[in-house]
Design a binder for this molecule. Structure first.
Ligand code: PFF
Length: 450
């Protein structure tokens, strides 16, 4: 039976839903540790350049494809172009969505378990060794990381079961403002610690000698990861946008707000890291190894740690929901399977393969010895998605818009059929999409492989 397609109800809910996909573990877990590993401020400047010249045009392109067709990612790509060479973009998007979900839900599971650890006082007064031990046992398994991963998927699946309006829209409209408020609370606490200034300096004082080609590739991958482009998520969410939504305006606001949240997360973490003499270069364990330590040593830390991990869990759930929606829309529209069944089937697939990632994330994990090009299953999924699949898919979408669809279609979407008087911005953007963004992505790519 053909199901009626839902839509978000207003430009405000479009903004919150889209932002809820962009804001996630990328801001709270990945951004701080990647910034820490790549030298701080200089990396942030390169990152901002990638967001502006590459991430933003790609995000707008995905919105155009989504809203212009009102279909799932594969259906949308087929509808938007009759050039056969572009059809594979939809399949690559689905592959990146699956690969992303395999490892993203593992980290989300750790975050969920930390919410409970914070609630039950397990993190109270921990020392560095105890914090490391707690993280080790959380990720080691073999059973608990998979159980937490399943819980994340069941929570996300239950919300998705309520539909686009009653599920995604209702939840994101309430949770996004709460999340911002809580984050600001953590920042204020961190900034008032003794010695917080070194952390601010680390975030704001650039040292360009640290910028190498691999740093630029990391910044590019992070920009795609952060804005949720390259997986079909923004095509799918775009397909639920209102007719009168200003696509360029929404993309700009989402990029600014998302970058703001990342910087706030940096401001919550680094001043505290420096204040307590911890290492900013800690890597993926930064959130789990150092944040409990920060709160353990802080007055009011128990409550703040519950707030902080609760916030990370909310953000991770909403981003997971947006990824899953790509698959649910695909299964319901292309395979004509009911929404409920599509959710169950996809959760089963993700748990089946994602558990391999869960069991390989810890160096002592059951599957940690299996290496793909020298990386564990977990690390290779992370690298394959962030550094290869997302940029390739982003590049293909940009090329599709620049060379595979009619200019009228793009202009119709960007001006809302001529109702918006934004011709100058539209001309600049179409130029950037055609000539600037694809060349930049190609340069970064080729350089990093050479
Ligand atoms: N943007 C999310 C984050 O920063 O955590 C991750 C993400 C969600 C990436 C959805 C891609 C995606 F399609």
């Amino acid at each position: 039976m053909e199901q009626k397609r839902e839509k978000f109800s207003s430009s405000l809910t479009v903004f919150f839903a889209t932002l809820s996909s962009a804001v996630g573990l990328g801001n709270i877990w990945m951004f701080p540790y990647v910034v820490g590993q790549n030298g701080g401020a200089a990396f942030i400047i390169v990152y901002l350049g990638c967001v502006l010249l590459i991430g933003l045009p790609t995000l707008i392109s995905e919105f155009i494809v989504g809203r212009g067709t009102r279909k799932n990612v594969c259906g949308a790509i087929s509808k938007v172009t009759d050039k056969r060479r572009f059809k594979s973009i939809g399949y690559i998007a689905v592959l990146s969505t699956f690969c992303m979900l395999f490892f993203y839900t593992v980290v989300a599971g750790w975050v969920y378990s930390y919410v409970f650890k914070a609630l039950f006082g397990v993190l109270k007064g921990v020392t560095a060794e105890e914090a490391a031990q707690i993280f080790n046992s959380t990720s080691l398994g073999p059973i608990s990381p998979i159980i937490w991963q399943v819980i994340v998927l069941v929570v996300a699946g239950s919300i998705l079961g309520m539909g686009v309006k009653s599920g995604i829209e209702k939840l994101t409209k309430v949770l996004m403002p709460i999340l911002m408020g809580l984050l600001i609370l953590c920042v204020l606490r961190s900034l008032t610690l003794p010695g917080a200034y070194s952390g601010i300096e680390f975030l704001l004082k650039p040292d360009f000698s640290k910028v190498t080609v691999s740093v630029i590739l990391s910044a590019l991958g992070l920009a795609f990861f952060k804005l949720s482009v390259g997986t079909g998520t923004m095509v799918t969410y775009g397909s639920y946008f209102t007719e009168d939504n200003n696509l360029i305006g929404t993309a700009g606001k989402v990029a600014i707000a998302d970058t703001g949240v990342s910087l706030l997360a940096g401001l919550a973490i680094f001043p505290a890291v420096f204040s307590f003499g911890l290492a900013p270069t800690e890597g993926p364990g930064l959130l789990f190894n150092t944040v409990p330590l920060i709160f353990a040593k802080m007055p009011g830390g128990s409550i703040l740690s519950i707030i902080f991990f609760g916030l990370a869990a909310m953000a991770a759930t909403m981003a997971t929901i947006s990824l899953l929606e790509v698959l649910i829309a695909l299964f319901t529209e292309e395979l004509k399977i009911s929404r409920k069944k599509s959710i169950i089937i996809n959760i089963l697939i993700i748990v089946l393969i994602g558990s391999l990632a869960a069991l390989s994330a810890n160096p002592d994990g059951v599957l940690a010895n299996i290496k793909i090009f020298g990386f564990t299953i977990f690390d290779s999924l992370d690298k394959f998605v962030s550094n290869i699949l997302l940029p390739i898919n982003g590049l293909l979408v940009i090329l599709l818009l620049g060379y595979g669809v009619s200019k009228d279609f793009i202009i119709e979407q960007l001006t809302n059929k001529g109702r918006l008087k934004n011709q100058k911005v539209v001309s600049l953007l179409t130029f950037v999409i055609k000539y600037v963004t694809p060349i930049l992505i190609l340069i970064v790519f080729v350089k990093s492989f050479v």
